[in-house]
Design a protein around this ligand. Structure first.
Ligand code: PHB
Length: 403
């Protein structure tokens, strides 16, 4: 275990004491001095996200939209001022537990918010479980975080990797594609995206010609694209995101495949990078829990506010950051800023209905959004919503036994 844990008093013990004190306050109406002082103290939020590397843009959009939501509610949560502690996780799973320990045990933050990369998120979940710390995942879709590793203090405001992937099998079958190459980064997210896709595609009679795995965060695709050309599948299904997605779509077109073998993927293939991809992205169909063009008042309002605050366009990552802010606003209002009132705090987080730019969503028993998955297509440089690919989709949450 990390040195930080040995030299720092256990947060679990600290919280047990605080919870007991809060319990007395709740049952007797008596407010001890320690609690009153604690309530006036700033609420400490640890943001553990990628601010460098291929996912840097994703981390920045989550952060800016999260702060936008809190700014819109007066810059406070449950009446308390906020202190942010930000840490660049570099999307490096090898540093994940040490980084999470720095925030949870070292900085004693009230909430950790992070991260983008599934491998890093699983390290964070491990520490959050050991320390019984509050963790909100604003992107990473690792199924285990709300599956086998689910926990009372672990919540997600984004998706599981299975969710946007599963509806795509039927979409591609309907489009007449029976023999498909799947290509993705070889780590938890890529494997789970391929898995979710195969769940519906194979069940509907499709066949995978070949799975091409690329080490994360490699963006050298050329040799694989040559192989795809020679395999001549009906279509290709991929998972890449951020800088990798930007390059993949351009390389695919440059290799002459764009008009020969239709490209499909999770919406992360084009979200946030569409402008940079330009004409290379034309015609790509994807499935995702968001689309820029969703004709919803909450979406219009959010996109205008984000653009004004950040001077760039919102995307799915910004939406997830914004909803993380909305979740905290509601939860801390319910406990009047007392983040140590754990039982009530968790109850409030479980009961939320978020009026999100993506459409309304609720929290599943496993603490993951139940949400609509949209079918989108790039037409004329814009992401057009073709329809709802799956209404109110909940992750199966395999293996989740909530204590
Ligand atoms: C993940 O690692 O879970 C992940 C990363 C980037 C995305 C989606 C999922 O866009």
């Amino acid at each position: 275990m990390s040195r930080t844990k040995i030299t720092t008093p256990s947060r679990r013990r600290f919280l047990a004491g605080a919870a007991a004190t809060a319990g007395i306050a709740a049952t007797t109406g008596f407010v001890p001095a320690r609690f009153a002082i604690g309530q006036q103290a700033k609420l400490k939020l640890g943001l553990m996200l990628p601010y460098t590397g291929t996912f840097a843009g994703l981390g920045n959009n989550i952060t800016d939209a999260f702060k936008l939501a809190i700014g819109e509610s007066g810059g406070k949560l449950g009446g308390r001022d906020i202190e942010y502690v930000q840490l660049d996780d570099e999307s490096d799973p090898a540093k994940a537990t040490a980084n999470a320990n720095k925030l949870i045990v070292g900085e004693k933050v009230d909430f950790v918010i992070g991260t983008v990369h599934s491998g890093v998120a699983l390290g964070m979940v491990k520490v959050a479980r050991e320390e019984e710390a509050m963790l909100i995942i604003p992107n990473a879709g690792a199924g285990a975080a709300t599956g086998e590793q689910c926990a009372a203090t672990v919540f997600r405001t984004s998706f599981t990797n299975w969710q946007p992937a599963f509806p795509m099998g039927n979409v591609m079958l309907k489009d007449g594609h029976k023999k498909v190459v799947a290509m993705y980064w070889k780590y938890a997210a890529g494997l789970e995206f391929a898995g979710g896709f195969k769940d519906s595609f194979l069940a509907g009679g499709g066949a995978i010609v070949k799975e091409i795995q690329v080490d994360f965060p490699t963006v050298e695709f050329q040799a694989h694209l040559t192989e795809i050309a020679s395999l001549k599948p009906d279509a290709v299904y991929v998972f890449f995101a951020g800088g990798g997605a930007l390059k993949y779509v351009k390389d695919y077109a440059a290799a002459g495949l764009k008009d020969k073998i239709p490209l499909y993927g999770s919406g992360f293939l084009t979200d946030g990078v569409l402008a940079g991809q330009g004409p290379a992205a034309e015609g790509i169909k994807t499935t995702l829990h968001y689309a820029d063009a969703l004709d919803l008042p909450a979406n219009m309002k959010f996109r205008a506010a984000f653009n004004k605050a950040a001077n760039r366009n919102a995307d799915v990552y910004a939406v997830q950051g914004y909803d993380t802010g909305q979740l905290l606003i509601k939860a801390l209002a319910a406990v009047k800023g007392d983040a140590k009132a754990r039982k009530d705090l968790i109850k409030a987080m479980e009961a939320v209905e978020i009026d999100s730019p993506r459409g309304k969503w609720t929290m599943s028993k496993a603490h993951n959004p139940i949400q609509d998955i949209y079918l989108r297509q790039v037409q004329g440089g814009k992401e057009v919503v073709l329809g709802v690919a799956h209404k109110a989709l909940a992750d199966p949450a395999k293996g989740c036994k909530m204590a």
